[in-house]
Design a protein around this ligand. Structure first.
Ligand code: EPZ
Length: 421
């Protein structure tokens, strides 16, 4: 397993291009299951999770190729709509094939995702929505078996217990081919939901209200293949913004859509960081002292849980105390012990972390756990005195394209070393 070795103390400077959004690419790749023919997806990031999803499509009998940011998917009827454990266990988002398969074929079996590092993460909301549309759900031998006795899903009024992102995406895709109208109430409002709706509408679907908490879908008999370029990754962008600020650098991010990051930008500015549009990019700079800020994660448009660990590292350098509350996942503070080993002063009480700014962090060997925690440890290494080695960087490769190359391009002393572990 590879590790990342970084020597801290260099203020980042220069330009970095933000890649396509992982959490848009994953549901959009599964949308190809809704329509036979040649689909072309552009600006697709070269990530472990993307390749896992392409393997899932191939396992379902679909041709799926990836070449320099372009995924070409030749979709054809799926004979065995089964998402097997060996792939689902690698990536919880594999569950996104469920809605399209049930909508298209009236049946599907998907291995239950099981927990993951950041929490239990069941799919009860996905399943209840499909039942409302006429599906029958059976849990057996670690698989969820879904079939539609009438042969085709019918539109329904669904109201989610809370705005689950992939739950909304699964039900949106299912409704696109259901018979009649579906409304999804208390829907997730993330930009990736709007992007999926945009792709479905380009395929001939009728989706209204994506990006709000109520989505209305008129089901269609059939959809057509699509050619689409995917939006930029707002979480990757936010991560580089924090890295620029934490190292007291001055960085221009290219290709980012600032309107997708309102909550993150507001917190950075509250802390005293400069964030401003410059040309077709966004400039992030910080030289002075950092003000402590409090934050509570929430579904979009609230402060994203996927930026919680990154903000925490920034607050380790602030003048004072910050409270960071994690309300989305039940166990998303695993970066805290590792940061404290680097000299941070963070106390966790349930879902609240109290961060007290410290004058410096010290390099150490640290262990990556979940995707975003790993990125925050790399940022900590950029800031710390001495050398930090982040182990198990396969977590990072799931969601960050060529992170060490991009950071080295901004002046960081960073390299990937083949791990001994
Ligand atoms: C998506 O996961 C993202 N993944 C996550 O990003 C992100 O952290 C999360 O949304 C929240 O924004 C993708 O888009 C592929 P949820 P998802 O369903 O859909 C519980 C990353 O770093 N829940 O909104 O799985 C669940 O346990 C990843 O890129 C139920 O209880 O998140 C969690 O506590 C990490 N029942 C909470 O809701 C359900 O049926 C939020 O889950 C569904 C979810």
């Amino acid at each position: 397993m590879d590790n990342i070795r970084v020597e801290g103390g260099v203020p980042l400077s220069g330009r970095v291009r933000i890649s396509g959004a992982k959490n848009a690419a994953l549901p959009i790749l599964t949308a190809a299951l809704l329509a036979d023919g040649a689909h072309t997806f552009r600006n697709v990031p070269d990530l472990r999770d993307v390749h896992t999803m392409l393997r899932m499509l191939r396992r379902l009998g679909i041709d799926a190729e990836y070449e320099r940011g372009v995924a070409t998917v030749q979709a054809r009827p799926v004979l065995e709509p089964v998402a097997p454990y060996d792939l689902v266990k690698q990536m919880r988002a594999s569950v996104l094939v469920l809605g399209p398969l049930v909508a298209r074929y009236g049946r599907a079996s998907v291995s239950l995702p099981g927990g993951c590092a950041i929490g239990a993460r069941p799919i009860d909301q996905h399943l209840r929505g499909l039942e409302a549309m006429g599906a029958a759900v059976r849990l057996e031998h670690g698989y969820v078996h879904v079939d539609v006795p009438s042969g085709r899903l019918r539109g329904a009024d669904i109201y989610l217990d809370f705005p689950t992102v992939t739950g909304t995406e699964n039900l949106l895709a299912a409704a696109a081919l259901a018979e009649g109208r579906t409304t999804i109430g208390n829907a997730a409002r993330e930009p990736e939901i709007e992007e999926l709706a945009h792709v479905l509408n380009k395929m001939g679907a009728s989706v209204d209200g994506a990006g709000t908490d109520t989505i209305v879908v008129e089901g269609r008999e059939q959809l057509a293949p699509v050619d689409h370029a995917i939006i930029a990754d707002r979480i990757e962008a936010g991560t580089y913004m924090v890295a620029a600020a934490a190292t007291r650098g001055d960085v221009l991010l290219e290709g980012v859509q600032l309107e997708h990051l309102d909550a993150v930008v507001a917190k950075l500015r509250e802390a005293g960081v400069t964030v401003e549009r410059e040309g077709d990019g966004v400039r992030v700079a910080h030289q002075g002292r950092l003000r402590p800020v409090d934050a509570t994660t929430a579904p979009h448009p609230g402060f994203p849980t996927d930026m919680q660990a990154q903000l925490m590292v920034l607050m380790c350098r602030a003048d004072g105390q910050s409270q960071i509350r994690e309300t989305v996942f039940e166990n998303r503070f695993m970066h805290v012990p590792e940061l404290n080993r680097m000299g941070a002063n963070i106390a966790v009480d349930g879902r609240t972390a109290t961060v007290r700014g410290v004058p410096r962090l010290g390099g150490a060997q640290v262990m990556a756990t979940d995707l975003r925690a790993s990125a925050s440890l790399v940022i900590a290494g950029l800031v710390a005195e001495g050398v930090t080695e982040v182990l198990r960087v396969y977590h990072i490769d799931r969601g960050y394209e060529r992170i060490e190359e991009k950071l080295a391009g901004l002046g960081a002393h960073i390299e990937r070393v083949s791990g001994h572990a």
